[in-house]
Design a protein around this ligand. Sequence first.
Ligand SMILES: [Fe+2]
Length: 247
Amino acid sequence: MRLKKLSRDFALEASGVDLARPLSDAAFREIEEAFFAGQVLVFRGQKLTAREFLEFARRFGPPEPHVVDQFHHPEYADILILSNVVRDGKPAGLADAGTYFHTDYSYLEMPARATLLHSIQVPRAGGDTLFANQYSAYDDLPGATKKRLQGLIGLHHYGNRDDLEETSRTAASQLTEEQKARLRWVRHPVARAIPSRAARRSTPSPAARSASRACPSARRARCSTSSSATPRSRSTGSACRTASATW
Ligand SMILES: [Fe+2]
């Protein structure tokens, strides 16, 4: 496997790997190390069935099905379909899957350890997924601010940051009463230590305008597939989230 830097201080592109083929433990360890080193790891041109995608996701930990179950993959509930495509008046997937910065599954007790996104159809422009490096965000803070963050707790919920209005334009997809009953507000430290890296990262709260995908401290993985028909809208794809243990 070869790695190439995609930006100054994080995000790597891996080549020379076919994720559709079984990976040895050593080969997966190399991928996992590259993921935690880069926080974002990109594999281009992969051809994966839903099952192959899920099998790869499972290497990171047990997948956690998304609460919005109406957009689960028909065969694999661990995969969430993201899409702005509408067929016969019905949405093909979750259209509002990230119009704002967020940490995946921060609204659960155990946020995602990793998110896997497999893009199937993307628009020529406007379908970008943006990532922010939370290690750098924390490292760049003045010492006094780091001190002030110690012990602070953020409240997290499913939705759009501090916007509690369900009908507002940017609110995440509305939940049914049954889905709401499965969720409650959870508390997370605003900055948390990552033992394996001896480093701290900040956990963006619903009110924060920053994003991060990789949380090595949590043990779940999230999978989505995505594809977009039009620019400026979400993609249609699948995502999966994996869990293993707590620290
Ligand atoms: Fe997300």
